[in-house]
Design a protein around this ligand. Structure first.
Ligand SMILES: NC(=O)C1=CN([C@@H]2O[C@H](COP(=O)(O)OP(=O)(O)OC[C@H]3O[C@@H](n4cnc5c(N)ncnc54)[C@H](OP(=O)(O)O)[C@@H]3O)[C@@H](O)[C@H]2O)C=CC1
Ligand SMILES: CC(C)(CO)C(=O)C(=O)O
Length: 309
């Protein structure tokens, strides 16, 4: 399978790297020239459980010289989706599947606007990645599920082909007939800990030790569940404690959520696509979301302080 990953950062390299190892022809796209040079020169170094291995990949700083792919996986941060899709036409042919595995809600609308509904599939993943250096990524793949699916819930041949490629690469992959529910399930996990870790600066070890934080997390998740319910979304979890516990499952106490990692790098976060999405959809449906609204306000305040500094 010919695959292009748009956004060869932490997760793009983790997923693209193992797909390349399994024999897929993978091209990783990022604007970071040093990272591209390192990958093309020495291959991509995957660090798993402290052990390093190298895989040959093709990397590029843009898509201009590339050809249409079987699959395009979008893994830029949420706020970069529109920009990266504006340069995606070279890798999108009539039969190309385009799929986001980003956190948050709303990406499929951007993909549909860019490439048309018929090419778009949806997905969410529990795989993790941390970019350690140009050409080097720490991967968390074992037992981490990826769920993909057609927007209309059909169990299509192409969805099964993508799942087979993922499975061959050692990525647990399930084709979901309820991809909207799957996407909300992952949203709940991010709502539980992302903003609270970002605001407090706490690693998971400390975040889970503060009862007031847990109560706030459960309240934020309960709001998101009420919004999902008002929309008729079929969630797999009914107790706010489930996403709270799932967020840290299998992760070490020193783990930092991606929202905290972004703030520590001085970047903006994906809060608008996570807690912000809950607030916007709550407003539309008449479901109050004061806890999520407060979390968004706090993260926005921190972003502003960091950018003013
Ligand atoms: N990391 C993780 O473990 C997980 C991440 N996710 C989700 O995956 C998504 C990606 O996250 P993550 O990998 O951590 O983020 P990173 O910031 O590590 O990676 C994003 C990459 O996209 C590149 N990029 C941005 N804009 C463009 C562009 N216009 N053209 C080409 N490349 C571009 C960035 O590099 P540059 O700007 O230099 O081009 C960067 O390499 C997010 O939605 C995140 O929430 C989900 C689960 C786990
Ligand atoms: C690792 C996980 C699932 C929860 O923290 C995550 O998606 C994130 O940090 O953004």
């Amino acid at each position: 399978m010919k695959i292009c990953v748009l956004g060869a950062g932490a997760l793009g390299c983790a997923i693209g790297g193992v797909l390349a190892e399994s024999g897929c022809e993978v091209t990783l796209v990022t604007r970071n020239a040093a990272h591209v040079d390192a990958m093309n020169r020495e291959g991509l170094c995957l660090v798993e459980d402290g052990v390093e291995r190298r895989v040959r990949v093709h990397a590029a700083t843009d898509t201009a010289a590339l050809e249409p792919m079987d699959l395009v996986i979008v893994l830029v941060k949420s706020f970069d989706t529109r920009r990266v899709m504006a340069m995606a036409s070279a890798v999108v042919g009539p039969d190309t599947v385009v799929m986001s595995l980003q956190n948050g809600l709303g990406h499929e609308d951007e993909l549909i606007a860019a490439v048309g509904r018929q090419r778009v599939m949806a997905g969410k993943t529990y795989v993790g990645g941390v970019l350690l250096a140009p050409g080097q990524v720490r991967i968390g793949v074992k037992d981490k599920e990826t769920l993909i699916g057609e927007l209309d819930g059909t169990l299509s041949f192409r969805a099964q082909a993508v799942a087979k490629a993922f499975e061959s690469a050692g990525l647990r992959c399930v084709v979901s007939d309820n991809i909207l529910g799957t996407m909300w399930d992952k949203l709940l996990v991010n709502v539980a800990t992302g903003a609270l870790a970002g605001i407090t600066g706490l690693t998971y070890g400390d975040l889970y030790a503060v009862p007031e934080i847990e109560q706030t997390a459960l309240a934020a998740v309960a709001e998101a569940m009420a919004v999902a319910q008002a929309q008729g979304v079929q969630l797999s979890m009914t107790d706010p404690r489930q996403p709270w516990l799932k967020a840290s499952a299998g992760l070490p106490p020193q783990f930092k959520t991606s929202m905290l990692q972004s703030l520590e790098k001085g970047s903006v976060t994906e809060v608008d696509f996570i807690n912000g999405a809950v607030v916007r959809q709550g407003e539309r449906l008449g479901v109050p979301t004061p806890v999520n609204r407060t979390l968004v306000a706090c993260i926005k305040g921190i972003e502003r302080r960091l950018h003013a500094a």
